[in-house]
Design a binder for this molecule. Structure first.
Ligand SMILES: [Zn+2]
Length: 256
């Protein structure tokens, strides 16, 4: 997606497929792993087109700056914890009623490592044995990530920054949603969303709000498909559901 016209055309096409919301990606990558970030004019055109068509937008962000661009463009939600959100960004999210799906679980590698290596039979009953074996194998990509000190350190930092951002956002009155980003290495559908609720509680989100984050808050208020009980999906629960398409735009093209 190279031009604002292409961005608008992509949103138009998706709107024709009756999606519930559009997910865009603003991600420059991280030290040692740069990514081509979506052009800002394309990004703004996509958000504006979605808005004009009554579709919500939520944005995968990599940094606080990305989050600011998303909020200023009029996005409805922020996905992931952006390796720490600034107090100003959080205040802006509260003022503009931008939702926050921090996906803390995806950064919690201590938990993932213990889950994969540990003897938790209840957990093992929920996952495909071959997948678990693959993760345990010393040569797999998960083991490679775990063996890379820079990655482990960076993720640990992102995890703790994320917990702080969630606590600050919750205090500021930002609406928190529960999503696990399942599909990432060792981020299993099911157990990861439950763990996300534990992490929201660890970040001092009031327990009643933790429950709402995983249930009633997940349905986009303006969704054409509101009330059809779609179940949980990748980015967030409810309205980010199974039949809805969450679409990511990257500098390189379109992904789902
Ligand atoms: Zn994402």
């Amino acid at each position: 997606m190279q031009t604002p016209d292409e961005a608008r055309a992509a949103v138009k096409e998706l709107a024709g497929r009756d999606v519930d919301l559009i997910k865009l990606v603003l991600e420059p990558g991280f030290p040692g792993h740069p990514m081509k970030r979506l052009d800002l004019e394309c990004f703004k055109a996509a958000v504006a087109e979605a808005k004009a068509r009554g579709l919500k937008t939520t944005v995968h962000v990599g940094t606080d700056e990305d989050a600011r661009h998303a909020i200023e463009a009029g996005a409805d939600g922020i996905e992931h914890a952006a390796r720490g959100l600034s107090a100003d960004t959080i205040a802006l999210m509260a003022a503009k009623k931008v939702t926050f799906t921090p996906t803390l679980t995806v950064y919690d590698f201590d938990w993932k490592r213990s889950l994969v290596a540990g003897p938790d039979e209840a957990f093992h009953g929920l996952v495909i044995p071959e997948v678990l074996e693959g993760l345990r194998e010393g040569k797999g990509p998960f083991a490679a990530m775990m063996g890379d000190d820079a990655i482990v350190k960076g993720l640990g930092m992102a995890f703790h920054q994320g917990l702080s951002s969630v606590e600050a956002a919750s205090r500021a009155g930002v609406t928190i949603l529960a999503g696990s980003d399942a599909g990432n290495p060792a981020t299993f559908h099911g157990p990861s969303l439950i763990h996300e609720l534990e992490l929201l509680a660890r970040a001092h989100v009031p327990l009643a709000e933790v429950l709402m984050a995983a249930t009633s808050r997940g349905q986009p208020a303006r969704s054409k498909n509101a009330g059809t009980n779609r179940g949980g999906g990748g980015g967030g629960p409810g309205g980010f559901g199974l039949r809805s398409l969450a679409i990511g735009f990257t500098g390189g093209g379109l992904s789902r």
